[in-house]
Write a protein that binds this ligand. Structure first.
Ligand SMILES: Nc1nc2c(ncn2[C@@H]2O[C@H](COP(=O)(O)OP(=O)(O)OP(=O)(O)O)[C@@H](O)[C@H]2O)c(=O)[nH]1
Ligand SMILES: [Mg+2]
Length: 402
């Protein structure tokens, strides 16, 4: 079976590298007093004999210095993104060890806030809070309670916290007769192992979601460009019902989107892509748009603007619907054999877009509108059309602008 990955994060000097050595049973990771042995890059470790059934990833510690903190956060983020890009199973994070320093319990809440930013991509991965340097036995219970509170006080990872384990990774000598022996390491290994199956599922889920979001951002930029282009093409005074003039724009759009979702245009998928383009065939779609527009009282638009509007609506709907359909295929919820399904959605979405999104803008245009007003209206329309049409997670607004 493939080994899972544990990501270890925490402030600089909390004892991440020391902990890793203790868990893996050798001096694998570099540790030190002061700054000499400080970890400067992400490093993956595993036990030589393979006794420990997971890999452990050491990270750059967070420091209470803005730039160094950014560096540490960005290193983890970049590593996570690379994982998504290469589909690299090895970069996946199945369990997170959040390390906080048991001798500095006042800072727990702050530490946790800082760490959550670095691992924001792994939204559902289980977390074990490890309280390092738990030399004082009487303090342990208090510290556990403080970690619990600190986690409860923040939304993002509140439900991910599965365990809180105080540890001493290395014997800590107080004087000739007093010392704190290593503790909590076996418990940490057991707890991590127990969480692994859940962690793997969570990691796959987070990874898929991340990949899908990236794809959506790319796809939306394609739809935006194609729609803006179609409006210009549509403004060319040609009788629309004859116009196969948009077909190249549509084909380009649909094929670019298909590529983003890894739909290659071969065999079955070719029919699927064609039926999307056909459903948006200018003649048919335009007729239905004109019929709808005629049914709306008070709309009387110059022919050139009308053409531009029709072109924009068609290309925007084709694009947004393709994104939706390709996502469904990508997620395995629909198959490329389903050409009836896709045709029906496009038809209903064209109608819906005209009546819900375009209507208010068109109603503001009186028949006496001048050219400038018409142009502005078309631009407004494009903006409205390429706004989110289906938003499954509600949180992609920021991504779209990125
Ligand atoms: N005796 C003892 N010393 C510890 C323990 N944990 C950490 N230390 C000491 O704390 C110092 C920092 O530990 P590291 O493991 O290097 O800390 P780190 O989190 O990897 O630090 P960065 O790599 O800078 O982020 C070292 O001198 C360790 O020996 C422990 O359990 N026992
Ligand atoms: Mg280190």
């Amino acid at each position: 079976m493939e080994k899972g990955n544990v990501l270890v994060i925490g402030n600089s000097g909390v004892g991440k590298s020391t902990l890793i050595n203790s868990v893996l049973g050798e001096e694998a990771a570099r540790t030190d007093w002061g700054t000499h042995g400080t970890t400067t890059r992400l490093e993956i470790y595993e036990s030589a004999g393979g006794q420990v059934p997971f890999r452990v990833i050491d990270t750059i510690g967070f420091e209470p210095n803005y730039f160094k903190e950014r560096r540490a956060i960005n290193a983890v983020k970049k590593w996570s993104r690379d994982c998504a890009r290469e589909g690299g199973e090895n970069n996946r994070i199945d369990v997170i060890w959040f390390c906080v320093d048991g001798t500095r319990s006042k800072l727990f809440a702050e530490d946790i806030r800082r760490m959550t930013r670095a691992v924001s991509m792994w939204k559902s991965v289980p977390v074990i809070a490890v309280i390092t340097k738990s030399y004082s036995v009487p303090d342990r219970e208090k510290n556990v309670e403080m970690v619990r509170k600190a986690f409860a006080g923040q939304k993002q990872f509140r439900d991910n916290l599965k365990d809180i384990i105080p540890v001493v990774a290395q014997i800590y000598t107080i004087n000739d007769t007093a010392y704190a022996p290593p503790d909590g390491i076996a418990q940490l290994i057991d707890a991590t192992n127990a969480l692994m199956p859940e962690g793997r599922r969570a990691a796959s889920h987070d990874l898929a979601e991340f990949v899908l979001k990236r794809k959506r951002v790319l796809a939306q930029s394609v739809v935006g460009a194609a729609t803006a282009g179609a409006v210009v093409v549509g403004a060319v005074p040609l009788p629309i019902p004859d116009g196969v003039i948009l077909t190249p724009t549509e084909a380009m759009e649909v094929n670019s989107l298909a590529k983003i979702y890894g739909i290659d245009g071969k065999d079955g998928s070719k029919r699927f892509l064609n039926s999307i383009i056909e459903a948006g065939t200018v003649g048919l779609a335009a007729k239905s748009i004109i019929t709808i527009l005629k049914g709306i009282p008070g709309i009387n638009i110059a022919a050139s603007a009308l053409n531009a509007i029709i072109a924009g609506v068609i290309v925007a709907v084709i694009g947004e619907t393709s994104i939706y359909a390709f996502e469904q295929v990508f997620l395995g919820k629909k198959s490329v054999e389903d050409t009836d399904w896709i045709k029906k959605i496009i038809e209903s979405r064209i109608a819906e877009t005209v009546t819900e999104k375009a209507k208010p803008i068109l109603q503001n245009l009186s028949s006496s509108s001048d050219k400038k007003e018409l142009q502005q209206a078309v631009l407004d329309l494009v903006r409205v059309l390429i706004g989110r049409q289906q938003d499954s997670d509600g949180g992609s607004g920021k991504d779209r602008q990125a």
